[in-house]
Write a protein that binds this ligand. Structure first.
Ligand code: 3Y8
Ligand code: NAP
Length: 248
């Protein structure tokens, strides 16, 4: 009897939860608890950390989990690493549902950066209008360049004071091309900082930057341990022993 744990928190994970619920597979959906009002899921849902590798291993044993699907974000590296370790420790099958990174197309002007600190170092010394589309958790390194006029975008309003002066857009996405073009034009954005998240939910800002001829400082994905990895929902369902026949 399958009992799946979905490590979620992304648009792809929500689509997977729908397919799993429709197939009648017993499963639980897990959020890390980063946002105040995460989207409802059609599955029993838990919110918050497990307590590291041992906490996740205990949860797997206690709940009788038979399959783990890591459908977290490509930058949720700690969660993904913990899932690999806990599944190895408990001998639980694990699969990662991970969208392909965005790739450059003609007209893209990307500057790769290994991490957020490297991204901040790329910014010029002269004052510029900069859009940081990297969420709330990792913005501190930009305090080293306070001369810029920053626009940030968060899912929820900031609770603590920001490490530097900035204007915050509160929006959960997914985002539209027209909305991104409008925002960048009205704010005179000259630089965009983004993570190579892949997927459609955040791609619009990359397309808008190309259309406006703006440079994107693209933060590369963290290295993750080797694990079974697929990009499609169908592959996950087959792995769970359920084909998703059209209209099924
Ligand atoms: C809590 C679940 C859906 C889900 C929407 C996707 C699309 C919009 C793109 C920009 C980039 C960013 C951020 C982003 C994207 C989708 C998707 C995606 C980027 C929610 C969600 C949770 C989170 C957590 C949140 C992080 C933050 C990152 C904002 C729900 C809405 C910047 C990632 O305030 C915070 O603390 C936010 C934290 C982790 C990165 C960070 O470090 O700040 N996502 N995002 C998940 C949990 O608790 O487990 O609230 O419903 C999910 C989505 N985020 O249903 O369509 O790709 O899936 N989320 C990045 O790409 O760099 C926004 O603004 O252009
Ligand atoms: P992270 O840094 O990799 O994880 C830090 C810790 O948060 C994990 O060790 C775990 O705590 C807890 N955690 C993370 N995701 C969890 C989940 N789905 N269920 C239960 N606990 C979870 O993670 P993050 O980058 O902050 O991302 C947190 C969540 O936001 C994830 O669900 C991710 O899919 C979603 N998200 C992240 C991004 C992003 O850019 N990082 C973008 C969109 C959505 P314990 O060690 O205590 O178990």
């Amino acid at each position: 009897m399958t009992r799946a744990l979905i490590l979620g928190g992304t648009a792809d994970a929500s689509l997977l939860a729908e397919a799993v619920a429709r197939a009648g597979i017993v499963a639980v959906y897990s959020y890390g608890g980063r946002t105040r009002a995460p989207a409802e899921q059609p599955l029993p849902t838990r919110i918050g950390g497990f307590g590291g590798v041992s906490g996740l291993a205990d949860t797997i044993r206690r709940e009788g989990i038979t399959h783990v699907i890591d459908a977290t974000h490509p930058f949720a590296a700690e969660m993904s690493r913990n899932a690999v370790a806990a599944c190895a420790e408990t001998g639980t099958p694990l699969i990662a549902l991970e969208r392909a990174p965005w790739t450059k197309v003609p007209g893209d002007n990307w500057i790769d950066a290994a991490d957020v600190t490297a991204a901040a170092a790329v910014l010029p010394e002269a004052q510029a209008n900069v859009f940081l589309a990297i969420g709330r958790q990792h913005i501190a390194p930009f305090a080293m360049k306070p001369q810029h006029t920053y626009t940030l975008r968060f899912v929820d309003p900031p609770e603590a004071p920001l490490p530097f002066a900035a204007d915050v857009i509160v929006s959960r996405g997914p985002f539209t091309l027209d909305g991104e073009l409008e925002m960048m034009r009205t704010r005179g954005i000259a630089w965009i900082v983004a993570r190579n998240s892949g997927g459609d939910g955040a791609r619009a800002k990359i397309d808008a930057a190309r259309m406006l001829g703006l440079p994107v400082i693209m933060i590369l994905r963290p290295e993750l341990p080797r694990r079974r990895r697929v990009e499609s929902l169908t592959d996950v369902m087959q792995w769970l022993g359920h084909s998703t026949r059209l209209g099924a």
